[in-house]
Design a protein around this ligand. Structure first.
Ligand SMILES: [Fe+2]
Length: 314
């Protein structure tokens, strides 16, 4: 299957093909555990709460979300976009094999990486490399950076890993995906943290005259925005984006049983934009709850999240 797009403009010579299976740290850990848990005492058996927390933190919810786009070009009706966000890599990415399996089965047309794959506590980018090479072999991939990545000493390594995997890292840049005579313009914004902290960004992302957000009249084209922070999406809604994709909120860290998040950086207590689909003017916003944790080590009612957005013409 070919992908008639040009988003791998920043990539290396091509996508690295992975013929084997991803390493399975969970399998290794299970094997080790079996050596020490042959005869657990009743007191050592995990209780219901422990099992519930393990399930809520150690299993991925792959959620298909329908986004109805006004006047979506017919060529993109049914186009599917996977959202990988907020891995916050530690010494291992324990969910790598499960995420890879979900993506292999879902067969998205595009995979987006929405920032904070690493953070200030990440000791090495190496555990992420095989994963990103693998997902880049499944579909075209485009990435943006999150606030935590600008402060990481390993950001150059992450940039190199994306480049080597053929993943387009969009930093106030755009790329185009074409199907027949129709075009999806994919815009990736830098995070304002890079500007505020004087980290190689000379102006606030998304300000007027930022080239990628400048609207341009072009028939049979629609625009999709990749932005790390969902609460900043509304300021770009007037630019005519049909769809915005974001992460960062981690679902509100802990969620009440009916789905209300507790806290999100930038949105504070009881944040509004934490998970799933929202209306944004004439466009739509989809927010991933992310796959990893940062300052809150445990998720409650908030499983790691892998949205697969299906575009539907309306
Ligand atoms: Fe973030």
């Amino acid at each position: 299957m070919t992908h008639p797009i040009d988003i791998k403009k920043h990539g290396a010579e091509g996508v690295v093909e992975i013929s084997g299976e991803l390493p399975s740290p969970n399998a290794v850990r299970s094997a080790n555990e079996s050596l020490t848990m042959d005869s657990p005492s009743p007191a050592a058996r995990p209780g219901l709460l422990e099992r519930l927390l393990k399930w809520q933190n150690g299993s991925v919810e792959a959620e298909e979300i329908a986004a109805r786009i006004l006047n979506l070009p017919l060529e993109f009706d049914g186009f599917r976009i996977a959202m990988v966000s907020d891995i916050h890599l530690k010494s291992q990415f324990l969910l790598a094999d499960e995420v890879a399996t979900h993506l292999s089965r879902a067969k998205p047309d595009l995979i987006t990486i929405l920032g904070d794959a690493i953070d200030g506590s990440t000791p090495s980018v190496d555990p992420l490399k095989e994963f990103i090479r693998f997902i880049a072999s499944l579909a075209p991939c485009a990435a943006i950076l999150g606030n935590n990545e600008y402060a990481s000493a390993y950001l150059p390594n992450l940039r190199a890993a994306y480049r080597d995997a053929g993943i387009a890292l969009l930093e106030d840049q755009s790329a185009r995906i074409t199907r027949g005579g129709a075009v999806m313009r994919l815009v990736g914004l830098q995070d304002p943290w890079a500007y505020v902290s004087h980290l190689n960004v000379s102006r606030e992302p998304g300000m007027p005259n930022t080239e990628p957000i400048r609207p341009a009249a072009e028939p049979n084209r629609f625009d999709v925005l990749m932005i790390h922070r969902p609460h900043r999406a509304s300021r770009y809604g007037r630019q005519g984006y049909a769809l915005s994709l974001a992460g960062h909120a981690h679902g509100g860290q802990w969620r009440l049983p009916w789905g209300q998040g507790i806290f999100s950086p930038g949105q504070g207590l009881f944040p509004k934009l934490t998970s799933g689909l929202y209306s944004l003017g004439d466009g739509q916003l989809v927010v991933s709850r992310g796959l990893g944790n940062h300052e809150f080590p445990i998720r409650i009612h908030n499983r790691p999240h892998l949205p697969i957005v299906r575009l539907i013409r309306r």
